[in-house]
Design a binder for this molecule. Structure first.
Ligand code: FMN
Length: 239
């Protein structure tokens, strides 16, 4: 073990001189096989209880929780470590009202004109429509923005890589962290979402990716009784 550390130390020293960031020894968590299995079961048991909700209570979220959730989302891997995301946290009632109003305008057009019959049929079991009261009732909205590029000091545009993949991963961690904390959310996509960039005065390199109301389910909250695909349906084994 000592040898391993010496080797790793020397390698670290060597690489420190060549790279922008020094290399450090990674200390992963080390668990016994039984504990690994148990933890995977426990996490699955927790995550399978997650549901998207569209009926929020106005109960406030304890201070600091949303910041921790956003920090968790920010731990996602990203193409070339560009971390191409911004999370806009909105609790201001007037801003929420404006977002609801703009989203309902787009969604009315979607339901009445833009969505195909097939799409509308697929949405039928969810009983969704253009009314988006949850955008005002939920105590917080998190708008996830993807950052297409960064603007450097000399005004040079520096490209980000694998942006949708990276931001999708961050959003997945965000949703998992929301659920793990005992809160609920909805991944909402009132398309097109350009109005969010305008309303929230975001810079030109950002595009809205997801609009996520967060809070607690109302007492009368109902969710459709949908089923998730079985392991056989989603897993292909190549042994
Ligand atoms: C990318 C994406 C976009 C979605 N957009 C909407 C939306 O605009 N409105 C809505 O009510 N639900 C939306 N949903 C929620 C899905 O309808 C929901 O995740 C799905 O029905 C499965 O239900 P569950 O999340 O409770 O498992 C979206 C989900 C995803 C992942």
């Amino acid at each position: 073990l000592a040898k391993k550390y010496v080797r790793s130390f020397l390698w670290t020293k060597q690489t420190t001189m060549q790279f922008k960031h020094p290399f450090i020894v990674y200390k992963p968590q080390i668990l016994k096989s039984d504990d690994i299995k148990l933890r995977s079961e426990e996490f699955y048991a927790l995550m399978k209880k997650r549901r998207s909700i569209r009926d929020f209570s106005r109960e406030p979220i304890p201070a600091g929780v949303l910041e921790n959730i956003i920090l968790t989302a920010g731990t996602a891997p990203s193409g070339a470590n560009k971390q191409p995301w911004t999370f806009c946290l909105i609790t201001n009632q007037e801003v929420k009202r404006k977002i609801r109003s703009a989203a309902e305008t787009e969604e009315k057009l979607n339901y009445e004109q833009r969505m195909s019959d097939e799409w509308l049929k697929d949405l039928e079991p969810l009983a969704t429509d253009e009314h988006k009261g949850f955008l005002e009732n939920a105590p917080a909205l998190i708008v996830v923005f993807k950052r297409l590029f960064e603007v450097e000091e000399n005004n040079h545009k520096h490209q980000n890589y694998y942006v949708p993949e990276s931001v999708g991963l961050a959003a997945g961690l965000l949703v998992a962290a929301i659920h793990q904390a005992g809160l609920c959310c909805l991944t909402h996509t009132p398309s097109p979402m350009n109005f969010l960039c305008d309303l929230l005065e975001r810079p030109k390199n950002e595009r809205a990716f997801l609009l996520i109301p967060v809070g607690f389910a109302s007492e009368a909250c109902l969710v459709p009784d949908i089923q998730r695909k079985s392991l056989d349906e989603i897993l292909v084994r190549i042994d």
